[in-house]
Design a protein around this ligand. Sequence first.
Ligand code: PRX
Length: 661
Amino acid sequence: MGTSPDSIDNLLHESRRFSPPPEFVENAVATAELYERAAADRLGFWAEQARELHWHTPFSDDRVLDWSNPPFARWFDDGEINVAYNCLDRHVEAGRGDRVALHWEGEPGDSRSLTYAELTAEVKKAANLLAGLGVGQGDRVAIYLPLIPEAVIAMLAVARLGAVHSVVFGGFSAESLRARIDDADAKLVITADGGYRKGKVSPLKPAVDAALALPDADGATGTHTVERVLVVKRGENEIDWTPGRDLWWHEEIATVDAEHIAQAFPAESPLFILYTSGTTGKPKGILHTSGGYLTQAAYTHRTLFDLHPETDVYWSTADVGWITGHSYVVYGPLANGATEVIYEGTPESPHPGRWWEIVEKYKVTILYAAPTAIRTFMKLGRQIPQRFDLSSLRLLGSVGEPINPEAWVWYRDVIGDGITPIVDTWWQTETGAIMISALPGVTILKPGSAQVPVPGISVDVVDEQGVSVGADQGGLLVVTEPWPSMARGIWGDPDRFIDTYWSRFGPTVYFAGDGARRDKDGDIWLLGRVDDVMNVSGHRLSTAEIESSLVANPMVAEAAVVGASDETTGQAVVAFVIIKQSHLEAASAEDAIPQLRKHVADQIGPIARPRDIYLVTELPKTRSGKIMRRLLRDVAEGREVGDTTTLADTTVMQVIATTVR
Ligand code: PRX
């Protein structure tokens, strides 16, 4: 688990409680009555939420949920919907076309605002452009863009055509991009020349070129499925060009028709695939569909962020390369007609007050960020945010990893002026939308606890046998009833979907992979992953994926990777590596370590770069040959090494511990 026993004790002794301010309660979108309605008629409640959307063909009351073939749920399945129409045309047709949809802020300080009418017009043109390139219902399109308006436009244009996007975070390497292109058989890649990160242009198109030049699994080149590469001009960096394959976005979009009528697609049409790390080396393509996904993304965004779309300015700091960027940058906020900020760059560029400058500039009222960022700001000191006027903020959100009570209280005090409610939202790529969170204006908040399932959601904390644990007991988090935005599968691998999530406690109980504890009031505290998935700065990384990258390096004989607690990033990647004898003489440790760190960053992406690499001569293994990562984590976190009696060779850990200290 990601949280050490000491910090769990600290969490459970946390006794501070915060009631919502009275004026917040008075105007709150959510009311306690939501729980009663959802409990009295769960499916009726979800149908009511779904009917907040526009359905080209309404679904029938008796087709709200089809759970006859678990775990493959079908929601609202005789209904027809167009996701992009719901995020765009609907608002324009209702007279809200002049409302700003996006305030985009580029890292160097350039900016652009688009109203709903303008965003709709852009997406219509982009849909015509993609259709002209042969993109149609069900086709997969890879999107590898910085956080610029075109990222949102491209996603919505793909959705508008009933095609399926696979957004790949711009920080991923050419290898990772290619693996995702191949897995989904993408026919088009939408990218940019480059985007701004940390004060300079970070190239993207060269990675697409490199990805497409890589050999396939059988060693053959030129076998990929990509027909065209559409390139947005952003970084103005020099790039190579493949005539006939590569097209400039701005040139193509200038030639297409401005009108595009959104067609209806079945509610269960695939909307997107998003790859996430699992416990094996191969990332999983999590599949989400249309009607149920949009229902829960919009409903949770409205109620948990207390959205008043006429007056609020909402900002989620996530990149569209992650699930938060899908559900709470693109689909939830735009379905709700929100005005939102999107920011291309990193929090510290060009100065450490950049985020707070943006809050002040756009008078942001709702901010949704990750604990890792909050902890970084805490370290830098309150004098930085205090230089800016943050008085517009009235609600703060947290996502991606457990937020420790100190960071929670700092967030509320320093960023929220000591009054704003905080919603700590637990969910996953697989759940599609928020599952556990306080209801702002209703729940009395406890720093560090995600607290209660969202109305309409049923979760439990169970022991290894699947039996519900009592008060103040720890166990495994499960979801006990299907929910509209649940993943519909792993792309191309239904068995892995069943094995990973739906086999541990039976075919209708979703095993989330997180440890949790229920306190005396029934509130839920998340304790981190119970599997070999790490959480670094709120991003999921797999120990197995980094291990296979390390052993792919010719120097490496064996490798074991663990996630060790880190004050800022939550967990950090720590690798224990055995160098091949033949390379030991050739390379000194000083050379090998930086080379291996770079190797992982090149192969997977900079987020996977190990914080520490220790060169060892053996790894702790059980008699059946399984690496005991628990012991390595003890070493990496500077703790007394735990029980070693099941090791094949009990002296190994002493040797490793001495190497590391
Ligand atoms: O371990 C949990 C952690 O992030 C994992 C999901 O990661 P991902 O699919 O990348 O989605 C992140 C954004 C939703 C979970 O299994 N996690 C997410 N939110 C929280 C959290 N852990 C504790 N508290 C949270 N609020």
